[in-house]
Design a protein. Structure first.
Length: 140
């Protein structure tokens, strides 16, 4: 939208002067943020697209949807995919976003123990609870 058109519409609709151009600027800012987010992703050649069968892999927002992505990869991913996810997001982010209460995520629990080295830095009690220094208690 250009300024002369914006002013004409604002006068016709009795809107405050500059309102439409202000909205246009906010819209342009959001578009630019989305473009920047497209370049924020791990090495995509490592991931199998079938892992995200229910969504368009090429349109995944690796920041906004990180909870979904991390849980899917730890439940259904292979070793390379899991290691790349750990490299990209980091251990603390992954631990804070994993959904350990999902009773259908049978591989998730074994994968976090295997790939996040819980034996060295956590205690696994008889009540299936994992406690990690600096992180709240996580039920397994």
């Amino acid at each position: 939208m250009n300024i002369p058109l914006s002013l004409k519409i604002e006068r016709s609709l009795h809107l405050d002067e500059g309102l439409l151009m202000t909205l246009q600027v906010y819209y342009d800012i959001e578009l630019e943020k989305k473009k920047e987010a497209q370049s924020y992703h791990p090495d995509l050649s490592i991931y199998r697209k079938i892992l995200f069968w229910d969504t368009d892999f090429d349109k995944l927002d690796w920041n906004t949807n990180k909870r979904y992505i991390i849980n899917r990869i730890f439940e259904r991913g292979n070793e390379k995919e899991i290691l790349e996810t750990i490299r990209f997001y980091g251990r603390d982010t992954i631990l804070s976003l994993l959904d350990l209460n999902n009773k259908y995520a049978v591989n998730l629990k074994s994968n976090i123990q295997k790939y996040l080295n819980y034996a060295n830095k956590t205690q696994i009690s008889n009540s299936n609870t994992i406690t990690k220094k600096g992180i709240d208690t996580i039920n397994v």
